[in-house]
Design a protein around this ligand. Structure first.
Ligand SMILES: [Cu+2]
Length: 287
């Protein structure tokens, strides 16, 4: 299951920031209207940042930053030298921001009114979150240059999308028997995604709906991963949406001591009569 970042209720901090913000608002030349705190923005989606002019000045252009550290930065450049547009009091300005691959529950945006003399700034009143889209799970490929997938074992639900994000350069993602393949090694920042829906499982049946994969250049160094699709019917070993003869054959094929075997549905490290009874008892289409 994917765990969404939780917005921590740092009420004291938020209250202090709101006070600080309203204290400066009286003299503000520019006010950032969105994002202004509490929003949950999805990676890869487009969010419209907006702000308006409170006191007109000799405006040259606009600059935008974001921070995952705090309302005082340090700041990462978002966009610079945006056209000045209208310099009139009350005029609203916007910028369409494609949300970067930064998962964090405490993000801030800062806008700069870049004038020919004194510049003026405003910052989100409170932090907002950047999160994955619903039903999406992430694996980092080569986190910090390590020859590893993080996490190396990922359990997902049927219908989830797995998104691999390259944390370093020179890796790829290849299912051991070709169910998915990201192609040639790719640079840091690359994204590769696979939707593990019923059609995918039908086209690429694996015992227990378990997909082992590797990185070609680093397989020898143990850069291995597994996606385990948790099925609504655990006895549907082939993951084809039906408990039938194929599943029975898989179960009989792993009969006996078999720790971690998909057919060991009661988890006693033995594929035995109990597991057989469970499979026969759920014979037919999966609910
Ligand atoms: Cu690699």
């Amino acid at each position: 299951m994917h765990v969404l970042p939780v917005i921590r209720m740092r009420s004291f901090l938020v209250a202090a920031l709101v006070l600080a913000s309203s204290a400066t608002a009286a003299r503000a030349h520019v006010i950032l209207d969105a994002p202004n705190g509490g929003e949950v923005l999805e990676v890869g989606s487009v969010f419209t940042i907006s702000w308006h002019i409170v006191i007109a000045h000799n405006l040259q252009n606009w600059d935008l930053w974001y921070s995952t550290v705090g309302s005082a930065g340090p700041w990462t450049t978002l966009a610079t030298d945006l056209p000045a547009g209208s310099g009139q009091v009350g005029s609203v300005h916007t910028y369409d921001w494609t949300i970067p691959f930064v998962l964090d529950d405490s993000v801030w945006v800062r806008v700069r009114m870049d004038n020919s003399a004194t510049d003026y700034y405003d910052v989100s009143n409170a932090p907002f979150s950047i999160a994955l889209p619903p039903n999406t799970e992430m694996v980092i490929v080569g986190p910090g240059g390590a020859v590893a997938f993080e996490p190396d074992l990922l359990e997902i639900d049927l219908g989830d999308t797995v998104l691999w994000f390259w944390g370093s350069t020179g890796h790829n993602v290849v299912e051991d028997n070709g169910a998915f393949d990201s192609g040639a090694t790719a640079p840091a920042g690359t994204i590769f995604e696979v939707l593990f829906d019923q059609a995918f499982l039908d086209a690429n049946p694996r015992p227990g709906a378990i997909y082992d994969y590797h990185c070609d250049p680093h397989e020898f160094f143990g850069m291995l991963g597994t996606i385990d699709v948790v099925l609504p019917c655990p006895t549907d070993l082939s993951g084809d949406g039906e408990v039938g003869a194929f599943d029975l054959a898989l179960l009989l094929g792993s009969w006996g001591p078999c720790p971690g075997c998909p057919a060991d549905s009661d988890g006693d490290d033995d594929v035995d009569a109990f597991d057989l009874a469970q499979l026969l008892g759920s014979w037919g289409p999966c609910p």
